[in-house]
Write a protein that binds this ligand. Structure first.
Ligand code: PHE
Length: 343
């Protein structure tokens, strides 16, 4: 008898509770079912009238019903509160998140690490040498005596008041070739396989020249090194960096610190070598190279009778601009995100 009553009471209570529209209504229901005058309390009072065997069973049932009604009330209360202030502690875990904005390395930095990776695969080790350098390492020791006209090409920044009686005036490195002598001095003997990537400075500015730019310089001095090794290395780099279709050629040129000297060309990125407005009959100029001049080996402390080597030096921005067909170097040093974010 009491069992049925309890069952009905519970069902009725739950229905009413989940239909409550306000907290006020809920409170009234709580009083109605659980309050002192409420039905459950009435039942509890009657327990003592029951036969002893039944008391425990009914007592437990009453407690259970009470608990269920209490839980229903607090759950409905929570959902009413949500409806009132949906943002407060509610979020939909199925809505895709917003990605935090993520930057990336600058494209010159990316190019430097790509170039480094390509040369590391064939045993070149990356080095770093001073950006403020002595005349000796930048010019004199590279077979360019004081006042030699060849120096004119390097439109150099000289540092006033910084002079060494032994090494001459201080300069901002106008090219990475100063690293050649530094590396020979550091190692003292072959084998040498150096990759020197560094900032260079020249008094120049236009669409393809900046006063500060990067070069990467390779130097190899090992037994039996000849031009074919140079050509093979250039070819390897060009195919790795620009793609397997690119061809390399070397053209006779003149540098004081290499003999023979070459300019290195690569087949045009735009026309693929057929010839177009951008290139010289299908070729684009990349940079200089040559066999290390005996005077330079000697100045680096190596015996030119015993050793031969090759060197090359190219602009990082230049190869990068060719690869991505960028026509103004100033874009690389500006901070226009519309440009930079494409890479
Ligand atoms: N240092 C030369 C330049 O700045 C390039 C070069 C490097 C040429 C090594 C030959 C050998 O133009």
């Amino acid at each position: 008898m009491e069992q049925n009553r309890l069952q009905n009471l519970k069902n009725q209570a739950i229905l009413n509770i989940f239909e409550a529209k306000t907290e006020q209504e809920l409170e009234e229901l709580r009083v109605e079912y659980l309050g002192r005058q409420g039905e459950l309390s009435q039942l509890i009072k009657k327990i003592s009238l029951l036969p002893v065997e039944k008391r425990k069973q009914i007592g437990e049932l009453i407690n259970e019903t009470k608990k269920i009604i209490q839980e229903a009330i607090s759950s409905q209360k929570k959902s009413l509160q949500h409806q009132l202030s949906p943002q407060e502690d509610w979020f939909d875990i199925t809505v895709p998140g917003e990605r935090p904005p993520q930057g990336h390395l600058h494209l010159i930095t990316l190019a430097i690490s790509e170039i480094t990776g390509i040369f590391e695969k064939i045993g070149f080790g990356k080095v770093a040498y001073p950006e403020v350098e002595w005349d000796w390492y930048a010019f004199e020791g590279l077979n360019m005596p004081q006042n030699h006209p060849a120096r004119d090409e390097w439109e150099t920044f000289f540092i006033k008041d910084l002079f060494s009686p032994q090494y001459g005036q201080a300069v901002l490195t106008p090219h990475t070739s100063s690293g050649q002598l530094r590396e020979m001095e550091r190692l003292g003997q072959p084998p040498i396989r150096m990759l020197n990537i560094a900032k260079c400075y020249r008094r120049q500015i236009d669409a393809s020249h900046a006063p500060m730019f990067y070069q990467f310089e390779g130097l190899v001095v090992e037994p039996g090194i000849n031009i074919t090794h140079l050509k093979g290395t250039l070819d390897y780099f060009v195919k790795q960096y620009f793609g397997p279709q690119r061809e390399v050629r070397i053209r006779p040129f003149h540098f004081q610190f290499t003999e023979p000297s070459f300019e290195v060309d690569v087949t045009c990125i735009v026309c693929g070598g057929r010839g177009c407005r951008v290139c010289k009959q299908g070729w684009m100029e990349l940079g200089g190279a040559g066999m290390v001049h005996p005077a330079v080996l000697k100045n680096g402390g190596l015996d030119p009778q015993k050793h031969t080597g090759f060197a090359f030096g190219w602009g990082v921005e230049r190869v990068l601009m060719m690869k991505y067909k960028i026509d103004d170097i100033r874009l690389l040093f500006g901070s226009d995100l519309k440009f930079l974010e494409q890479f």
